[in-house]
Design a protein around this ligand. Structure first.
Ligand code: NDP
Length: 255
């Protein structure tokens, strides 16, 4: 079994960089129509341009912050208004964090991690589900090997990725055969997220070079392109899980 995605409609959140951007290109090469969502509209327009060149028949860009419920509704509405159907939802937009719990002065600053990584996926899925059920579509979920890995200083991020995994394992039962779920648990993939751009202990985004150095020295880094290829191939085959030996090894290399 391999689903033909040519002419199908795919929403990708967090498509302005990294894995989401590469996923847009993988779907475009196979002729899928795309709805690309993120906060940086200019980057999205550039990704859309490349996706059209690669073979996507039609691309729509939606500026959206997935931590806001109305923005998520807008993404799904625009997809339906423009294309009249929805086949795949790729829940990918995410942010990371680096902080020891006891160094954090105000833990409420870290709610932002759950707002994007967990609630963003929940909102998108709630609005898309009726249309995915109609098309017997699929949800691709970017969790992480961090969902199993007790990597210190990443407790907020790790917890958000574990929450996502269990949420969608449960939806798998609720949706039955009508909506497929492909749960992806990448290891360490080279992207903006892993270039030391993190929430610091004060809850602000900054570059953490120490963290970056540790990661680079200890963990086999994979490229976004090969990650995106593996994801789209597995989704088209209707696979329930995507992991790779190199991603899995990340778990054992972290000290
Ligand atoms: P990037 O930082 O390159 O991409 C993250 C994307 O999410 C960007 O397009 C960003 O766009 C978007 N985004 C962030 N916050 C929001 C928001 N509030 N609303 C809408 N979009 C948002 O990271 P990756 O490509 O590496 O990460 C993609 C996914 O893969 C994440 O869920 C991450 O947790 C997961 N993952 C990554 C791994 C890695 O090693 N890189 C490993 C395992 C999982 P913008 O800023 O324009 O909004």
């Amino acid at each position: 079994f391999s689903e033909d995605v040519a002419g199908k409609v795919v929403i990708i959140t967090g498509a302005s960089s990294g894995i989401g951007e590469s996923l847009a290109y993988e779907y475009a090469k196979r002729g899928a129509c795309l709805v690309l969502a993120a906060r940086r509209e200019r980057s999205l327009q550039e990704v859309a341009e490349t996706a059209r060149d690669l073979g996507s028949p039609d691309v729509v860009v939606v500026r959206a912050d997935v931590s806001k419920v109305e923005d998520c509704r807008k993404v799904v509405d625009q997809a339906m208004n423009h294309f009249g159907r929805l086949d795949h939802l790729v829940n990918n937009a995410g942010i990371s964090s680096v902080a020891m719990l006891e160094e954090v002065e105000d833990v409420t600053d870290f709610r932002a991690i759950m707002d994007v990584n967990f609630w963003g996926y929940v909102y998108m899925t709630r609005f898309a589900a009726p249309y995915l059920r109609n098309s017997r579509g699929r949800i691709i979920v970017l969790s992480s090997s961090a969902s199993w890995l007790p990597a210190p200083r990443m407790s907020f991020y790790n917890a958000s990725k574990a929450a996502v995994a269990q949420f969608f394992e449960t939806l798998r039962v609720e949706f039955g055969p009508d909506i497929g779920i492909t749960l992806v648990t990448p290891g360490f993939i080279e992207s903006e997220l892993t270039q030391g751009k993190f929430f610091n202990k004060a809850g602000r985004l900054e570059v953490d070079q120490d963290m970056r150095d540790v990661q680079v020295s200890m963990i086999p880094i994979q490229r976004v392109e090969s990650c995106a290829k593996a994801i789209v191939r597995s989704a088209m085959r209707g696979e329930r899980y995507v992991t790779e030996p190199a991603w899995f090894r990340t778990t054992f290399m972290w000290k």
